[in-house]
Design a protein around this ligand. Structure first.
Ligand SMILES: Cc1cc2nc3c(=O)[nH]c(=O)nc-3n(C[C@H](O)[C@H](O)[C@H](O)COP(=O)(O)O)c2cc1C
Ligand code: SF4
Length: 431
């Protein structure tokens, strides 16, 4: 995947990147570390930094879309002991590959964003948790950290101020569940990556039991640009309830899969056009708009939707992490669901019964339909199992496993019914 300039519309994080200009000197030439410098030299009050974030309408880019300024304001700034800032570069959701590109192409935007966050929340120590299966990006981030430390942009008394922030990279374990924020914290502490009950939330009981703020890589990387242009200007780029640009990872049956940074609210049809359109001129059948846990939307409906949180939610799905999986007319929905349900079955951490047992049950039922052994009652049974998982588990992986099942059966019920009745696929390519 490459970050070519012509792939974006008004980009910020991915603007002007060619794969070689990721070094600190290049970032500084592009105006990098100016926001941090201004905050420190003008001694801008932390509350004002958080107010800019709130004005920007930046919503977390890790999946849930929680307002970042609000999250930062939850941090008990005056807490006397150690507090932590954590970046989530676990990125294990099928279809998502934007955070690794931020580290690969513009790591200093992330470092500057984390330093600004640390300043705003009175934090002196931070970690970036990087997915265990991505080595090159982990090494790149370590190099970028060294550059920032050598230049005095990290460490003690940053840029001659009285603000100090130590930032470290942590190479994770390659499990999808370690992207869930509390499992990530457990893993960072050296334990098995299993989610914790919430509450308490990380802002009060986080890493080593201390107040902790966790944000996604893209969320932090947007921060320097917000502080540079001002919260209101950033908000104006997107839609009223969702400010700024968003990086969409497009994969599947398009001519040019890759990462595209565009203003939130851009029509899906425009995004598809940037990606070169449907591969081989085939017809669009379905789109998973926000990573594997987002319910599928039919191609017809998707062509009239805008890429923002509210528009996608109104259509019954979610923008999630911005991983857009496009499927053409030759794709079998039963086979697609089989792949997805196997993933969640494999990745369930096993702590709660509905998820541990239910994901396996879903997978086995879809497997049986795919292999010509489905029964007419199976579709209602699949929905019923999904209902009994969703909302009844410790973390949202249970919901993530249930939602694709319900979305597939709602939108492509006839195709599933055909499989059951005829014991083979409706799609000619698979017969
Ligand atoms: C199973 C599961 C996996 C997740 N994986 C990731 C991930 O890889 N990266 C990420 O940023 N958030 C992930 N999340 C969401 C995080 O728990 C958390 O909401 C996010 O890191 C907060 O950052 P944000 O507010 O900037 O979005 C995951 C959640 C669940 C339930
Ligand atoms: S929902 Fe699944 S992944 Fe999450 S804690 Fe329960 S068993 Fe583990």
């Amino acid at each position: 995947m490459t970050c070519l300039h012509d792939r974006h519309i008004n980009p910020l994080i991915l603007a002007g990147l060619d794969g070689k200009n990721w070094h600190l000197a290049d970032y500084v030439k592009r105006g990098g570390y100016e926001s941090l410098r201004r905050i420190l030299t003008e001694k801008i009050p932390p509350e004002q930094v958080i107010a800019e974030l709130k004005a920007s309408n930046l919503r977390g880019r890790g999946g849930a879309g929680f307002p970042t300024g609000l999250k930062w304001s939850f941090m008990p700034r005056q807490f006397p002991g150690q507090k932590y800032l954590v970046c989530n570069t676990d990125e294990g959701e099928p279809g998502t590959f934007k955070d690794r590109d931020i580290i690969r192409y513009n790591p200093h935007a992330l470092i500057e964003g984390m330093a600004i966050g640390a300043y705003a929340m009175g934090i002196t120590a931070g970690y970036n948790y990087i997915h265990g299966e991505i080595w090159a990006e982990y090494e790149r981030f370590e190099e970028a950290l060294e550059e920032a430390r050598a230049e005095g942009f990290l460490g003690n008394n940053i840029m001659g101020s009285d603000f100090s922030f130590q930032l470290h990279a942590f190479h994770g374990y390659g499990a999808y569940i370690c992207g869930e924020e509390t499992a990530l914290l457990e893993s960072l502490e050296g334990k098995k990556g299993q989610p914790r009950f919430k509450p308490p939330f990380p802002a009060s009981f986080g890493l080593y039991g201390k107040p902790t703020t966790i944000n996604n890589t893209e969320t932090f990387a947007a921060v320097p640009f917000i502080l540079k242009m001002g919260g209101a200007a950033y908000a104006a780029i997107g839609k009223p309830n969702a400010g700024g640009t968003k990086i969409f990872s497009i994969s599947g049956d398009v001519e040019r899969p890759g990462n595209y940074e565009i203003p939130l609210g851009t029509p899906f049809s425009k995004l598809l056009e940037l990606a070169g359109g449907m591969r081989g001129g085939k017809k669009i059948k379905a789109v998973i708009p926000g990573g594997s846990s987002a319910p599928v939307i039919t191609g017809e409906v998707m062509m009239n939707l805008d890429m923002d949180y509210d528009s996608i939610a109104k259509a019954g799905s979610m923008l999630g992490s911005g991983a857009v999986i496009v499927m053409d007319e030759t794709r079998c929905m039963v086979k697609s669901l089989l792949r997805l349900s196997y993933f969640y079955y494999e990745e369930s951490c096993g702590q709660c019964t509905p998820c541990r047992e239910g994901t396996g049950w879903l997978y086995r039922m879809v497997h049986r339909i795919e292999h010509g052994q489905g029964r007419p009652e199976d579709l209602d049974m699949l929905n019923s199992i999904a209902d009994n998982i969703q909302g009844r588990t410790i973390c949202a992986l249970g919901d993530a496993a249930a939602m694709p099942v319900r979305g597939m059966i709602k939108n492509f019920r006839e195709e599933f019914a055909y499989h059951i009745e005829h014991k083979h696929c409706l799609v000619p390519a698979y017969i």
